[in-house]
Design a protein around this ligand. Sequence first.
Ligand code: GDP
Ligand code: MN
Length: 342
Amino acid sequence: LPLGEWEFALQELNGKLMFENATTQRTNSTLLTLARNADLNEMIETVWNYESRFNKRYHYPWVFLNDEPFNEEFKSIIGRLVSGDVTFGTVPKHHWQLPDWIDRQVASARWMQLGADNVLYGAMESYHHMCRYFSGFFYKHSLLEPYRYYWRIEPGTRLLNGVPYDPFRILIQENKTYGFNIAIHEIEETVPSLWNTTLEFLGQHPSALAPNNLWNWISSLNGTEYSMCHFWSNFEIADLEFFKSDIYNAYFDFLDKKGGFFYERWGDAPVHSIALALFLDRSKIKFFDEIGYSHAPLTHCPHGKSNMACDGRDSVDFTSGSCLPSFLNLTEGFHYNLTAHS
Ligand code: GDP
Ligand code: MN
């Protein structure tokens, strides 16, 4: 075990960790992972980690999705590691293929160009499908139908401390829609036309803009440009109703028809974030500071609570790539002088 894991295990043995009463009833929620069979090894570590630091106290169900069927090895090993009900599903083919209004030759040429320009994953067709899937389809999967909330978990990610509460219950108690852990800047080359497309959509749906939204976080230069800020979507704890809403789906369909998931490399994180920032009151978005989390190469450590696995100095939160300070400024009137700390 890595050092931080031992420290956690010992603290827990010695009764030094304070957790919410584990007998509290579960909420109507599920853990959710999209993975490939080839992700099995990373998945084992991640499931073990989330179970020991969170789910063994709650036994939430866990839904695994894949664009291909999971093999028996994956299902058998993962099935035995999860302490709640596990289901394995396949993504419907029509949610993971080029739509008929996309020209494959044009798209392939763009992917080659993105590759030549060293845009991360730009040349990988499967990555484009994955981003589009998380933008407009995951919440339509039949295995998610029974649930109101999901926690997105990726193979290879880790919790860096025991989660001191049920984050689903926190969302409900605080009347929030979406919880994030890390907020950073997007790679500009992946989204050249996303903001103008969004402005065009808003022109057709002016009432979509919520009062008290996060316009000043998501845009720059008087709203003429995207700020590149986004909630890092490999960690999301959120209300599926938001994604099922008419306005979100109108927005996704509008984006999808413009082709940017294939002709550019629009990520699901900027798409989710722009929609959240524009269509919701800013008070609906929750920063889960208490959950130490890592997805290579970035880490979030809870404020002022370092342990051996999570040193505040490793945290991305107040570095120049982070969009957390501007989020906190707008939501909590929290004024943080970035330059003094980076
Ligand atoms: P990154 O976080 O942007 O570096 O991208 P990842 O490679 O981690 O992919 C994001 C998520 O989608 C992870 O949960 C992956 O396991 C999953 N994923 C990415 N590509 C595919 C794919 O082609 N098939 C399946 N089934 N899952 C994928
Ligand atoms: Mn990832």
